[in-house]
Design a protein around this ligand. Structure first.
Ligand code: SF4
Ligand code: ZN
Ligand code: ZN
Length: 302
Protein backbone atom coordinates (compact mmCIF):
# COMPACT_ATOMS: atom_id res chain seq x y z
CA UNK A 1 0.00 0.00 0.00
CA UNK A 2 1.05 3.60 -0.61
CA UNK A 3 2.54 5.93 1.98
CA UNK A 4 0.36 8.02 4.28
CA UNK A 5 -0.67 11.30 2.59
CA UNK A 6 -0.28 13.22 5.86
CA UNK A 7 3.12 12.21 7.26
CA UNK A 8 4.51 10.79 3.98
CA UNK A 9 6.65 8.45 6.07
CA UNK A 10 4.58 5.57 7.43
CA UNK A 11 2.92 3.00 5.24
CA UNK A 12 -0.81 3.63 4.84
CA UNK A 13 -3.10 1.39 6.92
CA UNK A 14 -6.31 2.56 5.34
CA UNK A 15 -7.24 3.82 1.88
CA UNK A 16 -10.43 5.88 1.77
CA UNK A 17 -11.70 5.54 -1.81
CA UNK A 18 -14.07 8.48 -2.11
CA UNK A 19 -11.58 10.90 -0.58
CA UNK A 20 -8.72 9.14 -2.49
CA UNK A 21 -6.80 9.28 0.77
CA UNK A 22 -4.17 6.78 1.98
CA UNK A 23 -3.51 7.21 5.72
CA UNK A 24 -1.45 5.52 8.44
CA UNK A 25 -3.17 4.40 11.64
CA UNK A 26 -2.42 7.57 13.58
CA UNK A 27 -3.51 9.90 10.81
CA UNK A 28 -6.61 7.89 9.93
CA UNK A 29 -7.82 8.12 13.55
CA UNK A 30 -7.00 11.83 13.57
CA UNK A 31 -8.82 12.35 10.23
CA UNK A 32 -11.87 10.41 11.48
CA UNK A 33 -12.27 12.47 14.64
CA UNK A 34 -11.60 15.79 12.88
CA UNK A 35 -14.14 14.95 10.16
CA UNK A 36 -16.65 14.03 12.87
CA UNK A 37 -16.05 17.36 14.64
CA UNK A 38 -16.51 19.17 11.29
CA UNK A 39 -19.76 17.29 10.60
CA UNK A 40 -21.14 18.25 14.04
CA UNK A 41 -20.21 21.88 13.39
CA UNK A 42 -21.42 21.95 9.77
CA UNK A 43 -24.93 20.83 10.72
CA UNK A 44 -24.94 22.72 14.06
CA UNK A 45 -25.79 19.43 15.79
CA UNK A 46 -24.88 20.36 19.38
CA UNK A 47 -22.56 22.57 21.39
CA UNK A 48 -19.36 21.38 23.14
CA UNK A 49 -21.18 21.64 26.52
CA UNK A 50 -24.24 19.59 25.51
CA UNK A 51 -25.32 16.54 27.53
CA UNK A 52 -25.46 13.84 24.90
CA UNK A 53 -27.35 10.55 25.08
CA UNK A 54 -25.92 7.95 22.68
CA UNK A 55 -28.34 5.25 21.47
CA UNK A 56 -26.34 2.05 21.93
CA UNK A 57 -27.12 -1.24 20.18
CA UNK A 58 -23.75 -2.94 20.65
CA UNK A 59 -23.06 -2.79 16.90
CA UNK A 60 -20.05 -1.05 15.32
CA UNK A 61 -21.78 2.24 14.51
CA UNK A 62 -23.05 3.10 17.98
CA UNK A 63 -19.83 2.04 19.74
CA UNK A 64 -17.58 3.89 17.28
CA UNK A 65 -19.74 6.99 17.64
CA UNK A 66 -19.53 6.80 21.44
CA UNK A 67 -15.75 6.30 21.41
CA UNK A 68 -15.05 9.11 18.95
CA UNK A 69 -17.35 11.59 20.77
CA UNK A 70 -15.68 10.66 24.05
CA UNK A 71 -12.23 11.19 22.52
CA UNK A 72 -13.34 14.62 21.30
CA UNK A 73 -14.20 15.51 24.92
CA UNK A 74 -18.01 15.53 24.68
CA UNK A 75 -20.12 14.74 27.73
CA UNK A 76 -21.80 11.46 26.79
CA UNK A 77 -23.89 8.73 28.40
CA UNK A 78 -25.24 5.63 26.66
CA UNK A 79 -28.68 4.04 26.59
CA UNK A 80 -29.30 0.42 25.64
CA UNK A 81 -32.87 -0.72 25.04
CA UNK A 82 -33.22 -4.42 25.88
CA UNK A 83 -35.72 -5.84 23.39
CA UNK A 84 -35.95 -9.25 25.04
CA UNK A 85 -34.77 -11.10 21.90
CA UNK A 86 -33.33 -14.02 23.90
CA UNK A 87 -29.58 -14.66 23.40
CA UNK A 88 -29.23 -11.83 20.90
CA UNK A 89 -30.32 -9.22 23.46
CA UNK A 90 -28.21 -10.81 26.19
CA UNK A 91 -25.06 -10.77 24.05
CA UNK A 92 -25.68 -7.22 22.74
CA UNK A 93 -26.19 -5.99 26.28
CA UNK A 94 -22.98 -7.64 27.49
CA UNK A 95 -21.00 -6.11 24.60
CA UNK A 96 -22.46 -2.66 25.37
CA UNK A 97 -21.75 -2.98 29.11
CA UNK A 98 -18.15 -4.13 28.54
CA UNK A 99 -17.56 -1.20 26.22
CA UNK A 100 -19.04 1.33 28.65
CA UNK A 101 -16.76 -0.03 31.37
CA UNK A 102 -13.77 0.28 29.07
CA UNK A 103 -14.37 3.94 28.25
CA UNK A 104 -15.61 4.61 31.81
CA UNK A 105 -18.91 6.22 30.79
CA UNK A 106 -22.35 5.44 32.25
CA UNK A 107 -24.60 3.05 30.35
CA UNK A 108 -28.32 3.05 31.17
CA UNK A 109 -30.51 0.08 30.31
CA UNK A 110 -34.26 0.09 29.66
CA UNK A 111 -35.95 -3.30 29.37
CA UNK A 112 -39.10 -3.30 27.26
CA UNK A 113 -40.30 -6.41 29.10
CA UNK A 114 -40.20 -4.50 32.38
CA UNK A 115 -41.68 -1.36 30.85
CA UNK A 116 -44.46 -2.83 28.73
CA UNK A 117 -44.79 -6.48 29.74
CA UNK A 118 -43.99 -7.61 26.19
CA UNK A 119 -40.89 -8.53 24.21
CA UNK A 120 -40.24 -8.32 20.46
CA UNK A 121 -40.63 -12.13 20.05
CA UNK A 122 -44.12 -11.74 21.63
CA UNK A 123 -44.95 -9.15 18.99
CA UNK A 124 -43.62 -11.32 16.17
CA UNK A 125 -46.33 -13.89 16.85
CA UNK A 126 -48.99 -11.13 16.57
CA UNK A 127 -47.97 -9.02 13.60
CA UNK A 128 -45.96 -9.25 10.40
CA UNK A 129 -44.88 -5.66 10.90
CA UNK A 130 -42.94 -6.47 14.08
CA UNK A 131 -39.74 -4.87 12.70
CA UNK A 132 -41.30 -1.48 12.15
CA UNK A 133 -43.01 -1.79 15.55
CA UNK A 134 -39.64 -2.66 17.08
CA UNK A 135 -38.14 0.48 15.49
CA UNK A 136 -40.96 2.63 16.88
CA UNK A 137 -40.56 1.07 20.34
CA UNK A 138 -36.84 1.84 20.37
CA UNK A 139 -37.48 5.45 19.26
CA UNK A 140 -40.17 5.80 21.96
CA UNK A 141 -37.89 4.67 24.81
CA UNK A 142 -34.85 6.60 23.60
CA UNK A 143 -36.91 9.77 23.32
CA UNK A 144 -38.64 9.29 26.67
CA UNK A 145 -35.40 8.56 28.53
CA UNK A 146 -33.60 11.53 26.96
CA UNK A 147 -36.45 13.92 27.79
CA UNK A 148 -37.05 12.67 31.32
CA UNK A 149 -33.34 12.88 32.10
CA UNK A 150 -32.79 16.31 30.56
CA UNK A 151 -30.34 15.37 27.83
CA UNK A 152 -29.80 18.12 25.26
CA UNK A 153 -29.59 15.74 22.33
CA UNK A 154 -30.04 12.10 21.40
CA UNK A 155 -27.48 10.81 18.89
CA UNK A 156 -27.72 7.67 16.78
CA UNK A 157 -25.11 5.79 14.75
CA UNK A 158 -26.75 6.04 11.29
CA UNK A 159 -23.99 6.11 8.70
CA UNK A 160 -23.74 7.26 5.08
CA UNK A 161 -24.63 3.79 3.75
CA UNK A 162 -27.84 3.78 5.85
CA UNK A 163 -28.75 7.32 4.86
CA UNK A 164 -28.04 6.89 1.14
CA UNK A 165 -29.94 3.59 0.85
CA UNK A 166 -32.96 4.84 2.79
CA UNK A 167 -32.91 8.03 0.69
CA UNK A 168 -33.00 5.86 -2.45
CA UNK A 169 -35.86 3.79 -1.05
CA UNK A 170 -37.83 6.88 0.07
CA UNK A 171 -37.33 8.48 -3.33
CA UNK A 172 -38.28 5.43 -5.40
CA UNK A 173 -41.43 5.05 -3.29
CA UNK A 174 -42.01 8.83 -3.02
CA UNK A 175 -42.37 8.71 0.76
CA UNK A 176 -42.64 12.45 1.13
CA UNK A 177 -43.18 12.50 4.89
CA UNK A 178 -39.82 10.75 5.38
CA UNK A 179 -38.05 12.86 2.75
CA UNK A 180 -39.32 16.03 4.43
CA UNK A 181 -37.70 15.01 7.72
CA UNK A 182 -34.54 13.42 6.34
CA UNK A 183 -31.88 15.65 7.81
CA UNK A 184 -28.85 14.88 10.04
CA UNK A 185 -30.26 16.98 12.87
CA UNK A 186 -33.87 17.47 13.94
CA UNK A 187 -34.78 20.19 16.42
CA UNK A 188 -36.51 19.63 19.73
CA UNK A 189 -40.28 20.17 19.70
CA UNK A 190 -43.75 18.61 20.17
CA UNK A 191 -42.38 16.34 22.93
CA UNK A 192 -39.44 15.14 20.83
CA UNK A 193 -35.88 15.75 21.99
CA UNK A 194 -33.26 17.10 19.61
CA UNK A 195 -31.83 14.27 17.47
CA UNK A 196 -28.61 14.06 15.49
CA UNK A 197 -26.74 11.59 13.27
CA UNK A 198 -23.08 12.60 13.57
CA UNK A 199 -21.83 9.64 11.46
CA UNK A 200 -24.01 10.57 8.46
CA UNK A 201 -20.96 11.40 6.29
CA UNK A 202 -18.99 8.23 7.17
CA UNK A 203 -19.20 5.01 5.17
CA UNK A 204 -19.63 1.65 6.91
CA UNK A 205 -16.11 0.83 5.69
CA UNK A 206 -14.55 3.86 7.43
CA UNK A 207 -16.44 3.04 10.63
CA UNK A 208 -15.25 -0.57 10.55
CA UNK A 209 -11.68 0.61 10.03
CA UNK A 210 -11.95 2.98 13.02
CA UNK A 211 -13.29 0.10 15.12
CA UNK A 212 -10.45 -2.18 13.96
CA UNK A 213 -7.72 0.35 14.69
CA UNK A 214 -9.22 1.29 18.08
CA UNK A 215 -9.69 -2.42 18.89
CA UNK A 216 -13.39 -1.97 19.61
CA UNK A 217 -15.18 -5.25 20.19
CA UNK A 218 -18.60 -4.88 18.68
CA UNK A 219 -21.52 -7.16 18.05
CA UNK A 220 -21.36 -8.93 14.69
CA UNK A 221 -24.38 -11.25 15.13
CA UNK A 222 -27.50 -10.25 13.23
CA UNK A 223 -30.85 -10.15 14.97
CA UNK A 224 -32.43 -13.62 14.56
CA UNK A 225 -35.78 -11.98 13.81
CA UNK A 226 -34.35 -9.94 10.95
CA UNK A 227 -36.40 -10.68 7.83
CA UNK A 228 -35.00 -10.59 4.31
CA UNK A 229 -35.77 -6.92 4.25
CA UNK A 230 -36.32 -4.99 1.02
CA UNK A 231 -34.09 -2.39 2.69
CA UNK A 232 -31.17 -4.68 1.83
CA UNK A 233 -32.04 -4.50 -1.88
CA UNK A 234 -31.58 -0.71 -1.84
CA UNK A 235 -28.36 -1.06 0.16
CA UNK A 236 -26.99 -3.53 -2.40
CA UNK A 237 -28.02 -1.24 -5.27
CA UNK A 238 -26.21 1.69 -3.65
CA UNK A 239 -23.11 -0.49 -3.08
CA UNK A 240 -23.10 -1.46 -6.74
CA UNK A 241 -23.34 2.17 -7.83
CA UNK A 242 -20.58 3.14 -5.39
CA UNK A 243 -18.29 0.42 -6.69
CA UNK A 244 -18.74 1.52 -10.29
CA UNK A 245 -18.69 5.25 -9.47
CA UNK A 246 -16.88 5.95 -6.17
CA UNK A 247 -18.36 8.96 -4.41
CA UNK A 248 -21.94 8.29 -5.55
CA UNK A 249 -23.29 7.78 -2.00
CA UNK A 250 -21.90 10.98 -0.55
CA UNK A 251 -22.88 12.99 -3.67
CA UNK A 252 -26.43 11.60 -3.70
CA UNK A 253 -26.91 12.30 0.01
CA UNK A 254 -25.21 15.69 0.25
CA UNK A 255 -26.87 16.99 -2.94
CA UNK A 256 -30.21 15.91 -1.50
CA UNK A 257 -29.53 17.87 1.70
CA UNK A 258 -28.39 20.94 -0.23
CA UNK A 259 -30.80 21.04 -3.15
CA UNK A 260 -33.93 19.04 -2.39
CA UNK A 261 -34.45 18.86 1.38
CA UNK A 262 -35.09 22.63 1.80
CA UNK A 263 -37.96 22.42 -0.72
CA UNK A 264 -39.62 19.41 0.94
CA UNK A 265 -39.04 20.62 4.48
CA UNK A 266 -40.79 23.96 3.86
CA UNK A 267 -43.99 21.96 3.43
CA UNK A 268 -43.33 19.26 6.03
CA UNK A 269 -46.73 19.69 7.68
CA UNK A 270 -48.50 18.96 4.36
CA UNK A 271 -46.83 15.59 4.13
CA UNK A 272 -47.62 14.27 7.60
CA UNK A 273 -50.54 11.83 7.74
CA UNK A 274 -52.02 13.29 10.90
CA UNK A 275 -50.93 16.04 13.31
CA UNK A 276 -49.33 14.74 16.50
CA UNK A 277 -51.00 14.79 19.87
CA UNK A 278 -49.84 13.81 23.37
CA UNK A 279 -50.56 10.43 24.96
CA UNK A 280 -52.80 11.08 27.99
CA UNK A 281 -51.31 8.10 29.84
CA UNK A 282 -47.55 8.49 29.39
CA UNK A 283 -47.19 12.02 27.99
CA UNK A 284 -45.18 10.98 24.92
CA UNK A 285 -45.95 12.44 21.49
CA UNK A 286 -48.34 10.17 19.61
CA UNK A 287 -50.64 10.04 16.59
CA UNK A 288 -53.53 9.18 18.92
CA UNK A 289 -54.06 8.71 22.65
CA UNK A 290 -53.32 6.26 24.26
CA UNK A 291 -50.08 5.82 22.31
CA UNK A 292 -49.08 2.48 20.81
CA UNK A 293 -46.81 1.58 23.77
CA UNK A 294 -49.58 2.25 26.30
CA UNK A 295 -51.91 0.10 24.17
CA UNK A 296 -49.35 -2.72 24.18
CA UNK A 297 -49.02 -2.40 27.96
CA UNK A 298 -52.78 -2.65 28.39
CA UNK A 299 -52.88 -5.70 26.08
CA UNK A 300 -50.08 -7.40 28.03
CA UNK A 301 -51.97 -6.85 31.30
CA UNK A 302 -55.30 -7.88 30.13
FE1 SF4 B 1 -35.94 -5.22 15.86
FE2 SF4 B 1 -34.56 -7.37 15.09
FE3 SF4 B 1 -36.26 -6.18 13.39
FE4 SF4 B 1 -33.97 -4.95 14.07
S1 SF4 B 1 -34.19 -6.87 12.91
S2 SF4 B 1 -36.00 -4.02 13.95
S3 SF4 B 1 -33.78 -5.58 16.22
S4 SF4 B 1 -36.79 -7.24 15.31
ZN1 ZN C 1 0.70 9.27 8.73
ZN1 ZN D 1 -48.49 6.40 26.08
Amino acid sequence: MARCRKCRQKKADVFIPHHRLPLCKEHFLEWFEEYLARTIKKFKMFSPEARILVAISGGKDSLVLWKALDNLGYHTEGLFVDLGIEDFSLISRRVAENFAEEIKRPLHVVSIKKESGLTIPDLKSRTKKYCSLCGSIKRYFFNRFARQNNFDVLVTGHNLDDEASSLLSNTINWQLKYLARKYPVLPEGNGFVRKAKPLCRFTAFEIKEYARLQKIEYLTERCPLSPEATRLVYAELMDELEEKMPGTKIRFYMDYLRKVYPIFNRQVEDFLDRPLTQCETCGEPAVSSPCFVCKLKAEAKG
